[in-house]
Design a protein around this ligand. Sequence first.
Ligand SMILES: *Cc1c(COP(=O)(O)O)cnc(C)c1O
Length: 397
Amino acid sequence: MIPSKRAQSIKPSPTLSIDTKAKALRAAGEDIINFGVGEPDFDTPANIKEAAIKAIRDGFTKYTPVGGIVELKDAIIEKFQRDNNLSYSRDEIIVSCGAKHSLYNIAEALFNPGDEVIIPAPYWVTYPDQVILNDAVPVVINTDEKNSFRLTPELIREKLSEKTRALILNYPSNPTGLSYDHDSLQRIAEMAIEHDLYIISDEIYEKLTYDGFKHTSIASLGEEVKKRTLVVNGLSKSHAMTGWRIGFTAGPKEIISAMTKIQSQSTSNPTSIAQMAAVEALRGPQDFIPMMVSEFDKRRLYILERLNGIEGVSTIKPVGAFYVFPNVSYYYGRASNGFRINSSLDLSEYLLDRARVAVVPGSAFGNDDYIRLSYATSMDNIKKGLDRIEEALAGLR
Ligand SMILES: *Cc1c(COP(=O)(O)O)cnc(C)c1O
């Protein structure tokens, strides 16, 4: 059988495939340090698990309304009010099977064939492929490390056309760990209003910030921008719930209703049990989050110090998420025992091969000068992994 042109037009998620490769090597008995992971290494808090167990015991195991149970929608509405000073009603909220699914539903509900969608690079690996899957055209805009990898109105203007429909923002960012301050968001919001662009705002790392960085949602900057923004968030990162598959979107009710219709013909509701767990995650005690963040923060500072201590490696200090994104292009053109490095993929393969360390090549995120390391792994692993990286890089001449 022959897969459709649509299926052939995209690639599997590169971050998941490197993770798979590292896990396979480990299963084969290799001692691999995995900096490729994209999920917290913490267990889901016990109170959340208990809520799910109770849901099972209570027989809450049937179909629910497609866009989520009322109790969860209300908990999400409270979350937006509390954290982002944003007011939504139930018909402006939809719960989906993870934030990735929320983003996919948005792409289906919003894009027409040929619509251009602005994606600042470095980008989360999934955005371009979701755009392509919906017959729209990703317009990638390279951002500069000197400007903290931020998209600016000037950069947008260069790529603006009649067909530009939307832009996708992700802050704090996967892979850079950087974010947008209030003023830079304000400028983008004004640009979007002026040129009638929709904004897809992926704020999944909102809760994971450091050095007192205060997250602002672009939708909270005024009614005009709120009317054209879809805010995506979820529990995977904030509550260590990647496997539960709960994500949500807030936005204008016409789009939320279209997304709900699409979801009704594809997945139907997110898992009933996970929805009950999500209510507890949003309404129950939140002390898990600062505990996790303070642990991540220690690792962040350590990994930064180690990376910046390596010859030729430079890394900007992230303010959020659990990734560092060092520039490693200094090593391009060098070689060790016949292994020549000319790209981030070469370097990642070299590190896996020679140092038994898995990282993700920057090319997966649209910038070949970098690699991504996740510090969602133990301090012991980080220490051991950095020793290995340092040694392997020193071997390149
Ligand atoms: C992890 C991640 C998501 C998706 O999370 P789900 O597990 O699908 O809820 C979305 N956006 C970014 C940038 C991510 O890193």
